[in-house]
Design a protein around this ligand. Structure first.
Ligand SMILES: C[S@@+](CC[C@H](N)C(=O)[O-])C[C@H]1O[C@@H](n2cnc3c(N)ncnc32)[C@H](O)[C@@H]1O
Length: 321
């Protein structure tokens, strides 16, 4: 996602809007009405300002959380493509244990930071950059995303980020409205393919609890929206250990990484069990040999390592967990 140039940037006027979601009121900065000439100037770059307003997907998801606070209570909540940040802020107000709002666009991150502060949620909602496919997201047991699939090319990177963000035993809620080329059929097919490949299970596809927010989310928007609910089974370490036959040692890590982060990192490689995780090293058992090759191609930035060396070992060398 390219950044807007400075000239266009200076023309983007922000306005403050009030949103009431259930019992919660928020002051949110969004992009105001743009003069016609500015719209023309931005025509080829409309995607870049897409997160700077509150879209129906987030509004519907936020309304659902507010109506069912048990969804977030005591959970570590991560929002992907948070835009103006309404979902994350509602989650925090509804009792999430930890709330992380992420977006891949720097302009949105500025807006998010501003919105979080304006609603007294500084230090309660953390804001960080997660550009899908480039940055490792924070890990949570509830992952939220509203209206993030507006181009077909975003589907797979987004689902990669979602899988990376979802802790074992966790749940994800994606509220989608059909947008250019991303119909519900496209989303459902992508989710079912992921499930078949060992990703999170598609537990439900349903209409959101209806809610209207004037022009920001009309009755037609609500009728077009679907909530996709995904679940990742809790890790069954014993069963995994029985299946594991290969081990790799990941060394030269710059930072200490905790067990769940390493396990999450290796999930796409068929990780069976993380045996050890120390300040500079982790030992991981993989289900099959093909995972060893995939582990060797790990991107060092994912675990903030200066360099990662992955060495194949016999499982006997891995020692006791
Ligand atoms: C249509 S907006 C929705 C924003 C917000 N969720 C809402 O419903 O109001 C899509 C959001 O996805 C973010 N996004 C798009 N591509 C992304 C990528 N590759 N990585 C991370 N975020 C991305 C945009 O910056 C934007 O904030």
């Amino acid at each position: 996602m390219a950044a807007l140039d400075n000239d266009s940037d200076s023309e983007l006027e922000l306005e403050e809007k009030q949103f009431t979601i259930g019992a919660h009121a928020f002051q949110v900065h969004v992009v105001g009405e743009l003069p016609l000439e500015t719209l023309f100037a931005l025509e080829s770059k409309r995607d870049e300002i897409s997160g700077q307003r509150a879209w129906p997907g987030s509004l519907l998801l936020a309304a659902e959380i507010s109506a069912r606070p048990a969804l977030v209570a005591d959970r570590a909540v991560v929002e992907l493509g948070a835009g103006a940040g309404l979902c994350a802020m509602v989650a925090a107000r509804c009792g999430a244990r930890m709330t992380a709002a992420t977006d891949g666009d720097d302009r949105c991150l500025d807006l998010l930071t501003r919105n979080v502060a304006a609603n007294g949620l500084d230090g309660v909602v953390t804001v960080s950059k997660c550009f899908w496919g480039r940055d490792a997201p924070p890990v949570g047991d509830l992952v939220l995303a509203g209206d993030v699939l507006y181009k077909r090319a975003l589907v797979e990177p987004f689902l990669d980020a979602l899988e990376a963000a979802l802790a074992p035993g966790g749940r994800a809620l994606l509220c989608h409205l059909p947008r250019a080329g991303v119909s519900h059929e496209v989303v459902e097919a992508a989710l079912r393919a992921r499930e078949a490949a060992g990703g999170p299970a598609l537990a439900a596809v349903r209409a959101p609890a209806s809610a209207e927010f004037g022009d920001d989310c009309t009755a037609d928007d609500a009728a077009a929206a679907r909530v996709y609910e995904l679940c990742l089974p809790a890790a069954d370490d014993d069963a995994d250990a029985r299946r594991s036959r290969f081990a790799v040692r990941v060394s030269n890590l710059a930072n200490r990484v905790d067990l769940s982060a390493v396990q999450n990192l290796f999930r796409g490689c068929g990780v069976a069990l993380v045996y050890r995780s120390g300040p500079r090293e982790a030992v991981v058992c993989l289900h099959d040999e093909s995972g060893v090759g995939r582990a060797l191609r790990l991107d060092g930035s994912v675990v903030r390592a200066t360099a990662i060396a992955v060495t194949r070992m016999n499982t006997g060398e891995a020692g006791e967990p």
